[in-house]
Design a protein around this ligand. Structure first.
Ligand code: IMP
Length: 498
């Protein structure tokens, strides 16, 4: 019992460690252990023993809930590769929802129409709608919604802005439904694409038995769909995307808070469960020990995020003196997650958030028990992050700043019209080396992960956990791990960071 004056704080007997202090010791690789046979499929949300997890990913990577990382471009690019982006929270709810909607509507396959008109609308309305949504194929329906009775279609081939009156009515220049080629609800994607090719269409409306618009299939989506075998789709063939929430604006998917072991997170989870049951999937965090994990798992979290103070732009440990080495935190929480599963039969996935510097840190996190990793700096370097690419000292850089930095706070305050003034920063503003297209970067990273898994004799993430042998390394052997005692010709290679 730790009570009163005659005692001191609880003291962990072991120091806490970070990823760079560990290595994997190879195990036996059979002839089947080749990277092409490795599956990186992983659960995202809680499920009961013996049941299927309702949401899985094809790669164990999600992007951080940060202004400098996860906008709509990231959402689309990452879902294409099989992961999930969590659209940032520090903006107005309307603009965050619009970003999520754009990711959902982007996808190949069956796209719910988001650009819709009535016959009484005018050419000026058409142009305004095109400006707003960026889409040039518009459905004309009886009630102006994406699921109304289809009356016609307007595409840029139906009007000439220079020759027509802006007040011209849609009814007079649309292509009426009688002249359209469409397909019935239930048509497969393959058949839809065949119709598109046979009739040289750009868009094929899918229509219900009673003539209501169900969705479109677009020609332009065909190629990109073919090229991404791991892409992550929902039941309507739309990309899977996440969104951050803070503990005041309850909505969906992951609570964006640096400290998860709190009354507020429990309160928020209870509110969500009371209002939406388990239809809304929501992750919680961050925690760094088993106690914090159990608290959030009991409160109903769908997954739990681990990590305090380990983020590349994070100065929480320096400013507040709280946190824990990320590897130790993951190991501790994973042990509790397994104990929780044994006791309750409920598996609550865990996410290692922050501090992934080298690609192999992902493999280590998985071996230590993480179901997936959340990365900020890593994703901020790619074309698809929302920040500008700038030339600094002759090299291209992208900007990357913490959510707890003055920069993010300023933006948030500006957007939300006066958030509470916080008196100190927990994050910095920085540059990161530009790294090109996300698809190329992730291909390299995941090739390394698959290769290391094969070295450990594992073809799946659960198998990796079972078979992995981890060793702590001394400071001197860390030096031995890099190129040493040679004069490097290419100084960028020996110290490359993923
Ligand atoms: P990174 O991948 O090492 O760059 O870490 C990204 C993670 O850092 C995010 O997912 C957050 O958990 C955390 N983070 C983001 N902004 C801040 C901040 O300003 N201070 C502290 N931690 C932050």
């Amino acid at each position: 019992m730790r009570k009163g004056y005659l005692t001191m704080a609880y003291f962990f007997q072991e120091p806490s460690h970070t990823f760079s202090e560990y290595l994997l010791v190879p195990g036996y690789s059979s002839e089947h252990c080749i990277p092409a046979n490795v599956s990186l499929k992983t659960p995202v949300v809680r499920f009961k023993k013996g049941e299927e997890c309702p949401l899985t990913m094809n790669v164990p990577m999600v992007s951080a809930v940060m202004q400098a990382v996860s906008g709509e471009q990231m959402g689309i690019a990452l879902a294409k590769e099989g992961g999930i982006a969590f659209i940032y929270v520090s903006q107005s709810i309307e603009s965050q929802a619009a970003m999520v909607r754009r990711v959902k509507n982007y996808k190949a396959g069956f796209v719910i129409s988001d650009s819709n008109l009535r016959v009484t609308d005018t050419l000026a309305d058409v142009l305004a709608l095109k400006q707003r949504t960026g889409h040039s194929t518009m459905a004309v329906t009886d009630d102006g919604t994406g699921t109304g009775k289809l009356l016609g279609l307007v595409t840029s081939r139906d009007y000439r802005v220079s020759r027509m009156d802006p007040d011209a009515k849609v009814a007079d220049f649309m292509t009426p439904v009688e002249k359209l080629i469409y397909a019935p609800e239930g048509t497969s994607l393959k058949t839809a694409n065949d119709i598109i090719w046979d009739h040289k269409l750009n868009a094929l409306p899918i229509i219900s038995e009673d003539g209501h618009l169900v969705s479109f299939v677009f020609r332009k989506d065909y190629d990109s769909h073919k090229g991404n075998p791991l892409e992550l789709l929902d039941g309507q063939k739309r990309y899977v995307v996440g969104a951050g929430i803070n503990t005041r604006d309850y909505d969906v998917l992951v609570m964006d808070s640096s400290e998860g072991y709190s009354y507020w997170q429990k309160h928020c989870l209870e509110w969500i469960r009371a209002k939406y049951g388990d239809t809304v999937k929501v992750g919680a965090g961050n925690v760094v020990d088993g106690e914090g994990f159990r608290f959030l798992a009991d409160a109903g979290a769908d997954f739990v995020k681990i990590g305090i103070g380990g983020g590349s732009i994070c100065i929480t440990r320096e400013t507040k003196g709280i946190g824990r080495g990320q590897a130790t935190a993951v190991i501790d929480v994973a042990a509790e997650r397994d104990k929780y599963f044994e006791e309750t039969g409920i598996y609550v996935p865990i996410c290692a958030d922050g501090g992934i510097v080298q690609d192999y840190h992902i493999t280590l996190a998985l071996a230590m028990g993480a179901d997936f990793c959340m990365l900020g700096r890593y994703f901020s370097r790619f074309d698809e992050s929302p920040t500008s690419k700038i030339l600094v000292g002759g090299s291209y850089m992208k900007e990357y700043w913490g959510e707890g930095s003055a920069r993010a706070r300023n933006w948030q305050r500006y957007d939300l019209g006066g958030a509470a003034k916080l008196s100190f920063e927990e994050g910095v503003d920085s540059y990161v080396p530009y790294a090109g297209a996300l698809a190329d970067g992730m291909a390299t990273t995941l090739a390394k992960v698959r290769s290391t898994m094969c070295n450990c004799g594992a073809l799946t993430i659960p198998e990796l956990r079972e078979k992995a042998k981890l060793t702590l390394v001394s400071a001197t052997s860390i030096v031995e791990g890099g190129a040493h005692d040679v004069l490097l010709k290419d100084t960028t290679n020996g110290n490359q960071r993923g």
